[in-house]
Design a protein around this ligand. Structure first.
Ligand SMILES: O=C[C@H](O)COP(=O)(O)O
Length: 243
């Protein structure tokens, strides 16, 4: 399976930033060897879809669990699909932290994304305190139990240790392998054979310098990149590190 490199721009990017996506698309990096996806802020999705010319898949960073209605400031999964988005990220720890989203909310969003025809990247991960207390696997299991959608179709899991996001800290490669193996076991327990087909990404302080090592870890099917995804030069350097 070719590695999947996903950039999450978070709350970054004004209009001129779509030039970075155009450069990524024009690079030819997105190929059978590597998939290149970008989740810009909602405000740039329309323009990003146009400049990506089908070479970079564009997605949303979140969606509401309902299709429409009186929810000021929210964006639904069908609205993302209508713009030409192909995927949506749900359950990012920053949304859990800033917006109080719980596993049940994340599950509803994942179901909404799938119903709209989007691929869904569902984020899970432990805090530093939880890791230090030896609770990593228990936390991951609980998050998966509460947030997984009904079936494994169009589902991707992103393992993002909260303490590794934006900090420059990265788990050891053995710890990444152990977490991914645990997530895989939970997916198979939940979905049976279909659980083997769910891609698992690693996210948290991925850079051009550490991407090659992370992408070689067993069952790391790609990376979810924040800060290092904001420029074409940086993201393409990560993509070129894929084995
Ligand atoms: O969604 C991306 C992750 O939160 C990782 O962010 P980061 O690469 O800036 O640590």
């Amino acid at each position: 399976m070719p590695a999947l490199i996903v950039g999450n721009w978070k709350m970054n990017g004004l209009g001129e930033a779509v030039a970075e996506i155009a450069e990524m698309a024009g690079s030819g990096a997105s190929s059978r060897r590597v998939g290149l996806w970008i989740a810009p802020p909602f405000t740039l999705i329309d323009r990003a879809v146009i400049v990506s010319a089908g070479s970079v898949k564009i997605g949303g960073q979140d969606c509401h669990h309902k299709d429409s209605g009186a929810h000021t400031g929210c964006v639904s999964a069908p609205m993302l699909a209508d713009l030409g988005a192909g995927f949506v990220i749900v359950g990012h720890s920053e949304r859990r932290r800033d917006n109080g989203e719980r596993d049940a909310d994340v599950r509803a969003k994942a179901m909404a994304g799938k119903a709209a025809g989007l691929e869904v990247i569902l984020c899970i991960g432990e805090t530093r305190d939880e890791r230090d207390a030896g609770e990593t696997n228990a936390v991951l299991s609980a998050q998966l139990a509460g947030s997984l959608p009904d079936d494994a179709e169009a589902l991707i899991i992103a393992y993002e240790p909260v303490w590794a996001i934006g900090t420059g800290l990265v788990p050891t490669l053995d710890d990444v392998a152990a977490a991914h193996a645990h997530i895989r076991s939970q997916l198979v327990a939940r979905y049976g054979a279909a659980g083997h087909g769910v891609r698992i990404l690693y996210g948290g302080s991925v850079t051009p310098a550490n991407a090659a090592d992370l992408l070689r870890v067993a069952d790391v099917g790609g990376v979810l990149v924040g800060g290092a995804s904001l420029t074409a030069a940086s993201l393409l350097a990560i993509a070129s590190a894929a084995p």
